[in-house]
Design a protein around this ligand. Structure first.
Ligand SMILES: Cc1ncc(COP(=O)(O)O)c(C=O)c1O
Length: 484
C-alpha cells in the first residue's frame, strides 16, 4: 500500500494515515467491503508502530468509514464512497460524442459499479494531503478578511503574487500579479476567451484530435471547430496557414504541452512557427498550459506566452487540476495586457470572483514553498507509472493495439488494429463494468469515424491491479467484437 508519510510534518502520523484512508474511501478507490491490511502488515510496510495504525483504524471506525468484523479484520463499510450510481448512456454518447467526455470526466469516477480506465486526474496517493491540511488550518478565523467580504474579481492579490512566480517557472519573466486573472479552472478561462474573442458562427482552429471539453464548448457557443492534423512535433503549421489565408478562423486553441489525448509536446521550433503564422494573420492563440509543469521528458519547451515577446497575441490558461486535483476548480489566465480589463469585467459578471476560500487555501499551500518538490516527486512517479502502464497495455492487448510514449499529460492514446470501432468495443466492455473513452470524443462530429480507431486510457488512475484487470476485460471485448 502506497502511503506517503511526511515525518517532518507537525501533523501526527496517525492523522496522516486517517487522512489517506478517508480520501481513498470517499473517492471510491477503496470500495465498500474491501479489507484493509492487517495492523501488523501495514505498520511494517510504512514503518510505524502498530499502535499508530491501530489508533488510525479506530478513528476511521469512529467516523463510520470502516468496521471490524470479529477476527476477520477491518473492512471498508458498505455504502461508503461516491454518490449513488448514475447511468452512462452510451446511446447518448453515440449521438453526441462530445457529451461522453462529460460522462467520462464527471460521471464515471463517481460510479462504484464501473471501473473507468480513463480518469485524467492526479493519482490520489501522490497528492500532498499533509501540506494541504496544513494550508487549511486556521482558515476559520474572524480575523481572516478573505472570508468575510466579496473580493477582488481579478483574484486574491497575495495569491496572484505567488502565481506570478509559477508563471515564471514556465519561462515568462515579465508577468506580475496585476497581469493575471484567477479563474474557476482552465474551463472558465477558455469560456471567457472564446466568448470575448469570437462571435457565433466563427471558426476556431483546434488540433485534431483535441480535448473533448473544448469541442463541447465550441458547440455550445455556436463556434465551428477547424481541425488541423497533429504531427509528432505539434500542429501542422502549413494547414494552419492555409485556413487563416482563407480567413476561416478567428482564433487558435492549442494544448502544446502533454496534449490531451495524444501526449504530444510540441518543439520550441514548432511553437515559434505557430506564433509567426498567427502574428502574420493577426489571429489570437489560446494556449492551454495545464500540463506545462508536469512534462515527463526533461526540459519542457517555454510556453507560447514566454515566446510571445510583445505579449500581443497569446492568451495563456493553466490551473492546479492536474497537480493538486480538479476539486480545486482553480486556474489562472494571462491575456495580453490590453484585454485584461474586459476579461475582469466579464468574469465579474459571471461569478463576481473565484471562490475565496479555495484561493486562500492555495495561497497558504504555496507559501509553504513545497510545490516545486511536490511537482518533482510527481513527475518522477508519473514517469514510472506511464512506463509500467504502457508495458501492461502491450502485454495484455498485444497486436490488437499500439501505444506510443506520451511526453506529458496523463493520457495513453491507443490506436486499435483490426478495424473494430472503439465505441463498439467500449459498449461491450461496459457490459462487464469497464469503461475507456472512445476516440470519437476527441474529434469534431464529422471526423468521428477517424476517432473510432482510438481509445483513451489514463496512466494515473486506477491503481495498477485494477488497471490490469480492466485491460483484460477490454481485451475480451476486443475479441468478442472481432468474432461478432
Ligand atoms: C487539456 C486540458 N485542459 C484543462 C483541463 C482541466 O481544466 P480545469 O482547470 O478547468 O480543471 C483538462 C482536464 O482534463 C485538460 O485535459
Amino acid at each position: 500500500m502506497n502511503i506517503f508519510l511526511d515525518r517532518t510534518s507537525p501533523v501526527a502520523l496517525r492523522d496522516q494515515i486517517v487522512a489517506y484512508f478517508e480520501t481513498q474511501i470517499s473517492l471510491g478507490v477503496f470500495p465498500g467491503g474491501m479489507r484493509l491490511p492487517s495492523v501488523r502488515t501495514l505498520a511494517s510496510q510504512i514503518r510505524v508502530n502498530p499502535s499508530t495504525v491501530r489508533e488510525a483504524y479506530a478513528e476511521l471506525a469512529c467516523r463510520d468509514m470502516v468496521e471490524g468484523q470479529g477476527g476477520r479484520g477491518t473492512f471498508v463499510r458498505m455504502g461508503h464512497g461516491p454518490a449513488a450510481p448514475l447511468t452512462i448512456d452510451l446511446d447518448v454518447a453515440r449521438e453526441d460524442p462530445h457529451r461522453s467526455i462529460v460522462y467520462t470526466t464527471m460521471v464515471a469516477p463517481g460510479r462504484t459499479d464501473i471501473l473507468s480506465l480513463d480518469q485524467q486526474v492526479p493519482a490520489p496517493h501522490l497528492l500532498p494531503f499533509v501540506d494541504l491540511d496544513l494550508a487549511t488550518r486556521h482558515i476559520w478565523n474572524p480575523n481572516n478578511q478573505a472570508l468575510h467580504h466579496f473580493g477582488d474579481p481579478q483574484g486574491l492579490f497575495d495569491l496572484r503574487e505567488r502565481l506570478a512566480h509559477l508563471v515564471a517557472w514556465r519561462g515568462v519573466t515579465r508577468v506580475r500579479a496585476d497581469d493575471l486573472l484567477v479563474t474557476s479552472g482552465v474551463v472558465q478561462g477558455l469560456f471567457l476567451c472564446l466568448s470575448l474573442l469570437c462571435r457565433k458562427g466563427d471558426g476556431v482552429i483546434v488540433e485534431s484530435p483535441t480535448w473533448g471539453v473544448a469541442l463541447s464548448m465550441l458547440d455550445h457557443l455556436g463556434l465551428v471547430a477547424r481541425p488541423v492534423p497533429l504531427t509528432p512535433e505539434g500542429m501542422d503549421i502549413d494547414e494552419v496557414d492555409r485556413i487563416l489565408e482563407r480567413r476561416r478562423a478567428r482564433a487558435i486553441f492549442t494544448v502544446p504541452c502533454g496534449h490531451n489525448p495524444t501526449g504530444v509536446s510540441s518543439s520550441v521550433e514548432q511553437r515559434t512557427a505557430l506564433l509567426d503564422v498567427a502574428r502574420r494573420h493577426g489571429v489570437p492563440i489560446i494556449e492551454d498550459d495545464i500540463y506545462g509543469l508536469l512534462g515527463l521528458s526533461g526540459e519542457e519547451a517555454p510556453s507560447l506566452l514566454a515566446l510571445d515577446d510583445e505579449r500581443a497575441i497569446v492568451f495563456s490558461l493553466t490551473g492546479v487540476s492536474k497537480s493538486l486535483g480538479p476539486a480545486f476548480r482553480l486556474g489562472w489566465m494571462v491575456p495580453p495586457p490590453r484585454f485584461l480589463d474586459r476579461f475582469i469585467a466579464t468574469k465579474q459578471n459571471l461569478d463576481l470572483h473565484t471562490n475565496h476560500i479555495v484561493q486562500y487555501i492555495l495561497e497558504r499551500y504555496l507559501s509553504l514553498d513545497r510545490f516545486d518538490a511536490h511537482l518533482r516527486r510527481t513527475r518522477g512517479a508519473y514517469k514510472e507509472m506511464r512506463d509500467a502502464r504502457i508495458g501492461a497495455v502491450r502485454d495484455v492487448l498485444g497486436d490488437r493495439a499500439e501505444v506510443h510514449e506520451p511526453a506529458g499529460g496523463f493520457a495513453l492514446w491507443v490506436r486499435l488494429n483490426g478495424g473494430m470501432p472503439a465505441r463498439e468495443i467500449v459498449s461491450r466492455s461496459l457490459r462487464d463494468g469497464v469503461y475507456a473513452t472512445p476516440g470519437a470524443c476527441f474529434f469534431p462530429v464529422d471526423k468521428e469515424e477517424e476517432g473510432d480507431r482510438f481509445l483513451r486510457l489514463s496512466f494515473t488512475l486506477p491503481e495498477e491491479g485494477q488497471f490490469l484487470s480492466g485491460l483484460r476485460v477490454l481485451a475480451k471485448a476486443m475479441r468478442s467484437a472481432a468474432a461478432a
